[in-house]
Design a protein around this ligand. Structure first.
Ligand code: BGC
Ligand code: BGC
Length: 461
């Protein structure tokens, strides 16, 4: 369908004006959209293995085709251009570039990203590659994956190979996407690839990803790259009550999901040295110097706040969080956030928590916080007439503007996602796109939110 053939209707009131030079963008990731898993010499990834195991993906699907972006990237770049955003955040698949995780480079794999970057540049859209969005080469996973220190070094060698090829046209880089989620869901709880259930023993995977981040920053800088950041997921943690037990539980959750990933990067140290010393081994102090290599900007993926209380001794079984089942015996328990609308995923819609998150980061980290970019924000709703997504984006952009007005230096905002796509353990059941994908025909249909955003961005010019 022609992107301009559907009228969007007008938003309730125009958005406030964002600062000059503010970077608007849309985000995707390789495994969620590309398909073509066996083409042009791509190696297997941890996710190819995981999706092949019975019962791992809720709708029994896999990502062998996904949205077919590998073959339809020109059409997708045209959609991005017509939307009027200045930037596109995508990820490079390590197993395409290094089918065995290295050192051998597969030129045909890099060729795809070369073509994509050229297409973006020709469309006047800035390419913002993420080097790693969870699709670990299976050869690396089989050797222990991110539990192994050597994976950090291999990742940096891969980063170097990508920079050597794309660096002449890229001036915004993202090393990792959400090391917290891969640690928690992939190695801690087993809901994502590689499906390990190590509980707190998963923490070395966090450390090695962070080390890989730091080594990749150094590799990119050695290639003369600029504009380097990371995409960490963050959300405010709310204590279930003012009681000491609830506040302690919330503090621990905040430490594990927010501070553990922000502070090594921003401050060059872990938030709780006793805890981390107990869980990590190796030359951690030396590593922290690498992990804290200064960044040009800091990327935040924001979806929702979390309310946490002390575990209920009466409770048996697991309380869910964001669709994820938790094992019993954790030192904190998620609580329902009532009184807000919910997305189709059941996630509460709390725009003001984005303002709270950003002002909180500024207050906590002061001048150690570089300029911030929201690298993901979005919601899952069914349908092409997606009024709820318009309301979500409108409210979150106002909340973002409030943070800027309060003095937080925010330089960009990327919607998750351009397209409906393979939503990991949820399969295709969750639709986060501004553009609808028919998984039978792979036809793209811009949703109402796409038209709304296009009009809102025009009004900013
Ligand atoms: C991830 C995306 C995912 C999105 C929605 C983020 O945590 O980076 O890959 O699709 O959340 O769940
Ligand atoms: C989704 C992930 C998301 C996570 C945390 C999971 O259910 O599959 O993509 O990152 O929830 O928000």
């Amino acid at each position: 369908m022609n992107a301009s053939s559907v009228s969007s209707g007008s938003p309730p009131c125009p958005l406030p004006r964002f600062p000059a030079g503010f970077l608007w963008g849309v985000s995707t990731s390789a495994y969620q959209i590309e398909g073509a898993v066996d083409e042009d010499g791509r190696g297997r990834s941890s996710w190819d293995v995981f999706t092949g195991e019975r019962g791992r993906i809720k709708d029994g699907s896999d990502a062998r085709v996904a949205t077919g972006h590998y073959h339809r990237y020109r059409e997708d770049v045209a959609l991005i251009k017509e939307l009027g955003v200045g930037a596109y955040r995508f990820s490079v698949a390590w197993p395409r570039v290094m089918p065995d995780g290295g050192p051998a480079v597969n030129a045909a794999g890099l060729d795809f990203y070369d073509r994509l970057v050229d297409e973006l540049c020709a469309a006047g859209v800035r390419p913002v590659p993420t080097l790693f969005h969870w699709d670990t080469p299976q050869a690396v996973e089989a050797a222990g994956g991110w539990l192994e220190r050597d994976t950090a070094r291999r990742f940096a060698a891969y980063a170097d190979a990508v920079a050597a090829r794309l660096g002449d046209r890229v001036d915004r880089w993202i090393t990792l996407n959400e090391p917290a989620e891969l640690t928690l869901l992939g190695y801690g709880l087993g809901q994502h690839a590689p499906g390990r259930r190590l509980g707190f023993e998963a923490l070395p995977a966090a450390h090695h990803q962070l080390l890989g981040h730091g080594l990749a920053v150094q590799a990119l800088r050695a290639r003369g790259a600029s504009g380097i950041g990371i995409a960490n997921s963050h959300g405010p943690t709310w204590a279930a009550s003012e009681s000491a037990a609830d506040r302690e539980a919330a503090g621990l959750y905040d430490l594990l999901l927010n501070r553990l990933f922000a502070e090594p990067v921003l401050l060059g140290r872990y938030p709780d040295e006793e805890l981390t010393a107990a869980l990590l081994s190796g030359p951690v102090d030396e590593d922290l110097k690498v992990i804290g290599t200064p960044l040009d900007w800091y990327g935040i993926n924001y979806y929702q706040p979390t309310k946490v209380g002390a575990p209920d001794p009466e409770a048996t079984g697991s309380a869910g969080f964001a669709g994820i089942e938790l094992p019993p015996g954790l030192p904190f328990a998620p609580r329902e956030i009532a009184g807000y609308p919910q997305t189709d995923f059941g996630w509460p819609v709390v725009p003001a928590a984005l303002t709270e998150l950003l002002t909180g980061f500024r207050d906590r980290y002061g001048d150690r916080l570089p300029p911030v970019v929201i690298t993901e924000n979005g919601c899952s709703y069914e349908g092409v007439e997606d009024r709820e997504r318009i309301a979500f984006l409108d409210a979150h952009l106002r909340a973002l503007h409030d943070a800027i007005a309060a003095g937080v230096d925010v330089r960009g905002y990327f919607v998750w996602s351009l397209l409906d796509n393979f939503e990991w353990a949820e399969g295709y059941a969750r639709r986060f796109g501004l553009v609808h994908v028919d998984y039978g025909t792979l036809a793209r249909t811009p949703k109402s939110s796409y038209h709304w955003l296009r009009d809102a961005l025009r009004a900013q010019r």
